[in-house]
Design a protein. Structure first.
Length: 357
């Protein structure tokens, strides 16, 4: 759904060129639907999106668990699995020293600290938000005591917009000050940080280099949201966008260069996905030892629909590691309920990145 920016207090956190947009609309990922492409004709006249029923996978889509013919999948013992289970097979190169996955499970709170309508990260005062994060960490630790939980804050730092703004980019950049505030929050829980980018009509090569000053920090990683990547010149929120393997390879290449230049442990890249067309040519995504790629199931709905979406769009094309999202509000619509950690752990493969919005 379209979300209004919070009043006046947000303006000081925006780039000067974008400050005039402080009264415009901010797009949040709470609108993620779980069906095939949503075209403008299927959207209501209001700012809400429909939650659509599941549809069969496109007949042209194919399973793609082998992401590179030149790479041999690495077998890593699954720390969360009993000794009687077979080890989990993860595509790509073996993890380098300092890699987080698959040795830990990441649990992230998502949103924008300047907006109460974009996720749990900004919905509550900082200390209350962190206390709620502590509770979820405890829940996941109880559900899987063999896999350490790594807390994380996942902040949207480039937000898609419903209006063009300067340059006709349909995106709004947050200031360095906002990112620094999130880093300070993370220190309170020894959490890692993800900087999430919704490019609108911009591109990853235009948006990511300015974040290098933060990505060179060992605890800062990246997320990219295909839903709001409008390659065909559409307005964000009117149609679901997409990334091609070429876009994702640009992101992993940038991250790999940063890790080598600054002698860092591997970076994480979270790629949001909840439809088939959101990620094009996934078989051409290049896996690099310096970057761990998580294909993240970003759709909302009742448990049966979420599990089906995970199976059809993540399990069939996992790329490397997998993630799963829980929406505190959207998942409980129409008398539905949140999935528990125990239920999510029954998915195969078990997600190693869990996000709450």
């Amino acid at each position: 759904m379209l979300n209004h920016l919070p009043p006046y207090s947000l303006k000081k956190h925006l780039k000067p060129a974008a400050a005039v947009l402080a009264a415009t609309l901010l797009l949040g990922s709470a609108s993620c639907t779980q069906d095939k492409e949503v075209h403008s004709a299927t959207l209501p006249a209001t700012t809400e999106k429909y939650e659509l029923p599941a549809q069969p996978t496109d007949s042209t889509s194919t399973a793609s668990s082998d992401t590179s013919a030149a790479q041999t999948p690495t077998v890593i013992p699954a720390t969360a699995a009993p000794a009687t289970e077979a080890p989990t097979v993860y595509p790509g190169p073996a993890p380098l020293p300092g890699a987080i996955l698959p040795h830990k499970r990441i649990l992230a709170y998502y949103g924008n600290p300047l907006s109460k309508r974009m996720g749990i990260l900004g919905e509550y005062p900082v200390e209350e938000m962190l206390s709620r994060l502590d509770e979820e960490v405890a829940n996941w630790t109880k559900a899987d005591s063999l896999t350490p939980v790594q807390p994380a804050l996942h902040a949207i730092v480039v937000t898609a917009q419903g209006h063009p703004g300067r340059g006709d980019k349909y995106r709004l950049r947050m200031t360095d000050k906002m990112i620094e505030d999130v880093l300070e929050m993370a220190k309170k829980r020894d959490a890692i940080v993800f900087l999430d980018v919704q490019v609108g009509r911009s591109t990853l090569p235009e948006e990511l280099p300015r974040l290098t000053q933060f990505l060179k920090l060992p605890n800062v990683h990246l997320g990219i949201d295909a839903e709001f990547a409008m390659k065909d010149g559409e307005v964000p929120g009117k149609k679901i966008g997409s990334f091609d393997a070429e876009d994702i390879n640009y992101a992993t290449g940038l991250l790999a260069d940063i890790t080598k230049e600054y002698n860092l442990p591997p970076k994480l890249l979270i790629v949001h996905r909840f439809t088939q067309r959101m990620i094009q040519n996934s078989q051409d995504i290049e896996l690099r030892p310096e970057v761990q790629v998580v294909m993240h199931m970003d759709g909302w709905g009742p448990p049966a629909l979420k599990k089906d979406t995970y199976r059809r769009f993540i399990v069939k094309e996992p790329v490397q590691f997998t993630g799963f999202k829980v929406f505190y509000k959207n998942d409980t619509r129409n008398n539905s309920r949140l999935m528990t950690p125990e239920e999510i752990l029954k998915l195969d493969p078990k997600p190693l990145y869990i996000q709450y919005q």
